[in-house]
Design a protein around this ligand. Structure first.
Ligand SMILES: *Cc1c(COP(=O)(O)O)cnc(C)c1O
Length: 385
């Protein structure tokens, strides 16, 4: 399998003698340069047939429903809220365990993020902490699949259905993940992906928005390009495109040279995902019985996209220093974002989030990580901190 996924460039070093083993690596397929060069030489740089081909392949290879390729994951989140009709005065219930982009877009549309607690064991939104936060202003629930591990979507969708709410998935970490056998990107009202440089499929910057409803999907395609329906706005004899703008659109589309990079990087994506899965199995087997270390607890009905490998650790600063001294990077990935003044300041009552903030740690997981390096990292952790 893995020979389908040529891993370009040199493998990172094994031990402390040289640069440390990094948390992330940007994967660029060896054929990407040629494919991007062909676009540059064609001088057709804007949104065209390669964007359409990229969208077709995201559907065909990963089961995404109606993916619209956009210029970032943040654009996807913003456009999802716009098309969902979330606006001034509305409330969106969400987990703080995410990157600020998730809540920024809520503020951008004039709505308010309402933070609910997470599950300490996964970092994902706790379905049991949602319902008592619903008010007449609540419009949507936004979920984040932390590190690529899918949230409890069935429970969350049941709450949304009961209260007539929209579900928006921030699936920036979760391309290739599945939940109860269904691909992430085919389940909720809206699913948002990121193809930013350190995400596991990159177009440099980019994203995709999947709207399950075909009418809303058409609206996504129209509003990603100024709100103009290109297919139904012919250019007249005098050279002007004929349309009537009816609502606000954005300049959010992807372009063809980014799509060329995305298409190249889709080659071997499943094999690279399988490689990540194997690395995670190795980590879990090697770290399952270490004093002071508590692994996250996955359920068997879903498969993570394994963007991150995180767990909880005692004496975290000592842990980070001990690993650094032996050439291994270990890092916190995002404190709960509710602490930001813009979002209202830290919520002490979110007990699991505060505990997660205090103990979470992530170790290297990327396409270039080798089994030998994973073994070395396990060994270093066993030596203690
Ligand atoms: C990366 C990321 C985003 C933003 O994606 P961009 O493509 O950088 O705009 C949003 N949410 C989460 C959880 C992310 O990790």
């Amino acid at each position: 399998m893995l020979d389908q996924a040529p891993l370009s460039s040199v493998a990172p070093p094994l031990a402390a003698a040289s640069a440390p083993i990094a948390m992330f690596a940007t994967y660029v397929h060896p054929e990407a340069a040629d494919r991007v060069r062909a676009v540059l030489e064609s001088t057709f740089l804007s949104e065209g047939k390669l964007v359409r081909e990229f969208e077709t392949q995201l559907s065909a290879q990963l089961g995404l429903r109606h993916p619209a390729a956009l210029n970032s994951g943040t654009s996807a989140l913003h456009l999802a809220l716009e098309v969902a009709g979330v606006g001034p005065g509305d409330e969106v219930i969400m987990a703080p365990q995410t990157f600020i982009a998730s809540a920024l877009v809520v503020v951008q549309v004039g709505a308010r993020p309402v933070f609910a607690d997470i599950q300490y064991e996964t970092g994902n939104l706790n379905p049991a902490d949602i319902e008592h936060r619903i008010t007449p202003r609540t419009k949507a629930i936004m979920v984040v699949h932390w590190g690529g591990y899918p949230c409890d979507l069935a429970e969350i969708q049941a709450i949304a259905t009961r209260h007539n709410l929209v579900v928006v998935e921030d699936a920036a970490h979760a391309l290739g993940a599945t939940y109860q056998g269904q691909p992430i990107g085919s389940i909720s009202d809206f699913t948002c992906f990121s193809f930013q440089a350190i995400k596991h499929l990159t177009t440099g910057d980019g994203g995709a928005l999947c709207a399950r409803d075909p009418h809303q999907a058409r609206e996504v395609f129209r509003r990603r390009w100024f709100g103009i329906d290109r297919a139904h706005s012919p250019v007249s004899e005098i050279g002007e495109r004929e349309y009537d703008l009816t609502d606000v659109g954005y300049k959010y589309h992807l372009n063809d040279y980014a799509a060329a990079l995305g298409l190249a990087n889709l080659e071997g994506f499943q094999a690279r995902l399988a490689h990540r899965r194997a690395m995670v199995q190795q980590y879990r087997a090697g770290l399952g019985r270490v004093a002071g270390l508590q692994l996250f607890q996955p359920q068997p009905d879903r498969e993570s996209a394994h963007w991150l490998f995180g767990f909880h650790v005692e004496n975290r600063l000592a842990f980070i220093r001990a690993l650094r001294a032996k050439g291994v990077t270990a890092s916190v990935v995002h404190d709960g974002i509710d602490h930001n003044t813009l979002f209202g300041g830290k919520r002490p009552e979110l007990v699991n989030q505060r505990q997660f903030d205090a103990t979470q740690i992530h170790i290297p997981l990327h396409d270039h990580l080798s089994a030998e390096q994973a073994e070395y990292i396990i060994d270093v952790i066993h030596q203690g901190w």
